[in-house]
Design a protein around this ligand. Structure first.
Ligand SMILES: Cc1cc2nc3c(=O)[nH]c(=O)nc-3n(C[C@H](O)[C@H](O)[C@H](O)COP(=O)(O)OP(=O)(O)OC[C@H]3O[C@@H](n4cnc5c(N)ncnc54)[C@H](O)[C@@H]3O)c2cc1C
Length: 499
């Protein structure tokens, strides 16, 4: 039956990037100048461009490989229904992200009402937020609770205490960009989260499944592949690890049917003709008096040579390493152990919601216990009229733990990823294949840097002409890191231009 479901690939085309990667350079067809170049138009690049504007630098050009800005935070539309191709939510930012708070205020999402900060309720995730399918029924929340034994509950409580203790010893923050790298941080980066858990005797299978899920969700790879710092930071920088019986209210978060593309589109809107899409950066040559950049149009191979006084490099770090020549030795050293997680995202357009098994009500985020995928998000959840009818489900598959996943993403047909999604989601929804009308598969060969043990992400680097920013520098690919790092890099370059 699934053979008849139409669909295909959407989003970044791997061939587009690869085509020019090793291409012999022909002569530039055109020369251009700008005071500043912003290289890459993901959230970090867009935030850098905004920071330049705020600082009064108007003469800049943002060069983006794809046909639109947004990077991992772009959207698709299936049958007229918007859905995310990647990032889909932003937790309400804490006071550690003042630049982000300011921007959310500027676009009207954050307001002071009767002396208290509030967020636009239309965009705060509606309840119910999340549920877990296990033991044949849906349960509220994602931590397996109903039916687990006393030993499991005891391990949940012990981890909760350990996370509280970790927060007392070391400050954790989101974004981590401002936190000093202390001896505690170094020690936690040296071992894997799985080793840290083993060391504390936290080996309960339900707990370990949940923690593995959390790591795959945020880092694209499981607890054995990420550092203990990353595993602890996931909880300690936000809500802690709520032990059973403790107040475990869902974390407030902002989301839209099209995911974080809603945010990307608002950042890109003010750029006008300074946004140059379809421009792949081939070479970045810092010199004594400025920066020379060659960009190529992947469609016709036409090369533009740009001269600028400075550049903000917000390219994914594995690309920055390749195109910046010479690469400052400190950047080479800090990014040497980089490991990237591939991902696949499958959007399924349904004619109506499939039948639901008993238990907790359909939620925004719906996860099945024990699967390799992360479950599905319902893009129509935020609709004010929750009626039956067409909808899009977005299924997320992190591939950082699967051998040869990058090659599989290049070589397997789109139907392979469709069928994996259907196989997993048909367990809680057996009639799903009959409901699906269209499928769109998005591939990310190098979606995000894995915060692997021993690869301490020591933050970006900048001098008078170059500043680096991207979520990869954090080893934590989230909006807060990309935005804040982009903002700070843009500010830095604006200050240097003023002398
Ligand atoms: C599947 C998935 C789901 C996610 N979900 C969430 C979520 O729900 N919430 C969240 O906060 N975060 C999420 N993230 C993390 C997301 O990566 C960050 O939130 C953020 O979008 C990263 O922004 P960035 O600018 O650092 O990087 P990127 O998005 O990687 O931006 C880099 C940009 O550089 C461009 N580029 C690359 N090569 C070149 C070149 N040679 N020349 C010119 N341009 C180039 C790219 O096209 C891209 O636009 C998710 C990531 C993935 C992959």
């Amino acid at each position: 039956m699934t053979r008849d479901i139409p669909g295909g690939f959407t989003g970044p085309d791997p061939a587009r990037g690869h085509r020019w990667r090793d291409a012999a350079l022909s002569q530039p067809a055109e020369q251009r100048r700008a005071d500043v170049l912003v290289l890459g138009g993901g959230m970090a690049g867009l935030a850098a461009a905004r920071a330049l504007t705020l600082a009064g630098v108007e003469d800049f050009a943002l060069l983006e490989l794809e046909s639109e800005a947004g990077g991992n935070s772009r959207a698709a539309s299936l049958g007229g229904l918007a859905c995310p191709m990647g990032a889909h939510y932003l937790p309400v930012p804490s006071d550690d992200a003042p630049e982000l708070q300011d921007w959310l205020e500027q676009i009207g999402l954050r307001r002071r009402v009767a002396g208290r900060w509030t967020y636009d309720e239309r965009h705060l995730c509606h309840s119910p937020q999340e549920r877990l399918y296990w033991n044949g029924a849906w349960h509220d929340g994602l931590l397996p609770l109903d039916g687990v034994g006393a030993a499991t509950l005891d391990q949940y409580r012990r981890l909760s205490r350990l996370i509280d203790e970790a927060r007392r010893v070391q400050r954790y923050a989101m974004p981590a960009v401002r936190l000093p790298v202390t001896e505690t941080v170094r020690a936690l980066w040296a071992l894997s989260f799985a080793q840290w858990l083993d060391g504390h005797g936290l080996n309960d299978p339900h707990l370990r499944w949940y923690l593995d899920y959390a790591c795959r969700d945020d880092y694209g790879a499981g607890a054995a592949a990420v550092s203990a710092w990353a595993g602890i930071h996931y909880f300690a920088s936000r809500h802690g690890f709520p032990a059973p019986g403790e107040d475990s209210e869902a974390e407030p978060l902002l989301t839209w049917p099209e995911g974080n593309a809603w945010l990307a589109q608002r950042l890109a809107a003010g750029l006008g003709d300074r946004l140059h899409t379809g421009q792949g950066v081939l070479r970045v040559r810092p010199g004594h008096h400025g920066v020379e950049v060659d960009s190529v149009s992947p469609d016709d191979g036409r090369i533009i040579r740009w001269q600028a006084r400075a550049a903000v490099v917000t390219l994914p770090v594995f690309i920055a390493r390749r195109v910046v020549d010479p690469l400052p030795p400190v950047v080479a050293a800090r990014t040497a152990g980089l490991r990237m997680a591939p991902w696949a995202v499958v959007n399924l357009r349904l004619d109506e919601a499939p039948k639901d098994r008993g238990g907790a009500h359909p939620s925004w985020d719906n996860v099945t216990y024990g699967t390799t995928g992360l479950g599905y998000v319902d893009a129509s959840h935020q609709s004010l009229q929750r009626v039956a009818g067409p909808r899009v489900w977005t299924w997320y598959l992190p591939l950082g733990d699967e051998p040869d996943a990058r090659r599989a993403l290049l070589e397997k047909p789109w139907t392979h990823w469709r069928d994996r999604a259907l196989a997993e989601l048909s367990v809680p929804h057996p009639d799903l294949p009959a409901r699906v009308r269209e499928v769109a598969v998005t591939r990310y060969g190098h979606a995000m840097a894995i915060p692997a043990p021993g690869s301490l992400h020591e933050g970006p680097w900048h001098d008078d002409r170059l500043a680096f920013a991207h979520a990869d520098w954090a080893g934590y690919s989230v909006f807060e890191e990309a935005f804040t790092r982009g903002h700070l890099a843009g500010q830095h370059i604006a200050r240097r231009l003023r002398g």
